[in-house]
Design a binder for this molecule. Structure first.
Ligand code: TXA
Ligand code: MG
Length: 341
């Protein structure tokens, strides 16, 4: 199949939206930009189209998709809002939508079981990207990240082409993703002590921001913060090249004749490994002022570049685990864990 790419800029994004909607209503899948990462979109009410998403991504059917809506009122089309949570859900939607927050709520029967991998709940968000939002205003969209299963999420149309070129009819190029990391996923719940948010995946919306609205807790019965949800498997977000994340008690001992690449936070400074050895490749997450947000935007892009450099090992410096740094370290740890397999 030939994969067409159309550029959605300020002038013609409407045409791009129309072209995507035309294919989606025929049950096809297309790649669309969002503010977090590119998504592989299908009509959320069409089980056959959702099946194509799993097939194209080579994604196991136990890993559920995220449903994207275009209007806050459309939440009722895809999810059931429990009475006792309605105030909390409304507050979250007002504060964070459109934006990079995904809510897990009981699902409407109209959403095919395939979309939610048989779970009684559905993950929903409203993207702030004019293309995804423009499309979702016309039909709710089921869309996971537009990468092959377990791989690094794409933050540019070029990365989608690398992942899925030849397998899908259309990629809408909306430029680089502004957040660069997948959305924060929370499950709002009511407890004896009041409403809480279970943090299922850290992302661009930080715990600190969520805490202003409700208590934030880790998933049930887990040591780490990513076990409850199917799909929160460790081997996600993995480059093909092994990755070593430098954390406390982790030592990097270079071997003669091996090619090493460095993922550095700032490229200099007290904890930097830039001058440690003669690196084959260096990518700097935040070459500007050392801002976590800049690093988050560039994280997957830098990992892809290092992954393409024919290295034996990628060595990654840790970043500070505050704000979006929590999500960055989550992705880096998973990338490291995947290399151990
Ligand atoms: O930013 C994002 O969220 C991007 C863009 C495209 O919107 N999408 C994305 O989708 O990251 P994906 O499929 O790569 O990750 C979705 C994850 C699943 O792996 C799963 O862990 C979780 O969302 N999820 C989906 N439905 C769920 C549910 N009902 N309960 C718990 N977790 C769920
Ligand atoms: Mg993904």
């Amino acid at each position: 199949m030939e994969t067409k790419e159309i550029v959605a800029d300020f002038e013609n994004w409407r045409e791009a939206v129309d072209e995507a909607v035309a294919l989606l209503t025929q049950g096809q899948v297309v790649a669309l930009p969002t503010e977090t990462v590119y998504g592989l979109a299908a009509d959320a009410f069409n089980a056959q189209a959702a099946a194509k998403v799993f097939e194209v991504k080579e994604r196991p059917s136990f890993d559920p998709l995220i449903v994207h809506i275009g209007h806050k009122k459309d939440l009722e089309l895809v999810a059931i809002i429990p009475e006792e949570l309605s105030e909390l859900v409304a507050e979250l939607a007002t504060k964070f939508w459109p934006g990079s927050l995904t809510l897990v709520l009981p699902k409407k029967p109209e959403i095919p079981d395939l979309v939610t991998s048989g779970l009684p709940t559905v993950a929903v968000r409203m993207s702030s990207h004019e293309v995804m939002r423009g499309v979702a205003k016309q039909i709710p969209i089921a869309a996971p990240s537009a990468n092959r299963f377990g791989r690094i999420s794409p933050t540019s149309a070029e990365a989608v082409m690398e992942e899925l070129g030849g397998k899908i009819p259309l990629i809408v190029n909306g430029g680089a993703c502004r957040d660069g990391l997948e959305s924060t996923i929370v499950a709002p719940e009511m407890t004896d002590k009041g409403p809480i948010l279970r943090l299922l995946r850290p992302g661009p919306i930080s715990k600190e921001e969520l805490r202003k609205i409700a208590k934030v807790v880790k998933p049930k019965g887990s040591k780490a913060d990513h076990i409850e949800a199917p799909g929160q498997v460790e081997s996600h977000y993995a480059p093909a090249t092994p990755l070593l994340l430098i954390e406390k008690d982790v030592e990097f001992v270079p071997e003669e004749g091996k090619k090493y690449g460095l993922l550095s936070y700032r490229g200099e400074g007290r904890n930097s490994l830039v001058d440690f050895i003669d690196w084959e490749e260096i990518e700097i997450l935040s070459p500007g002022k050392g801002k976590l947000a800049e690093g988050a935007v560039r994280l997957f892009y830098c990992l892809r570049k290092l992954d393409a450099a024919g290295l034996d090992l990628i060595v990654a410096e840790s970043v500070s685990e505050t704000g979006v740094g929590v999500a960055m370290m989550d992705r880096l740890r998973r990338a490291g864990a995947a290399s151990l397999r």
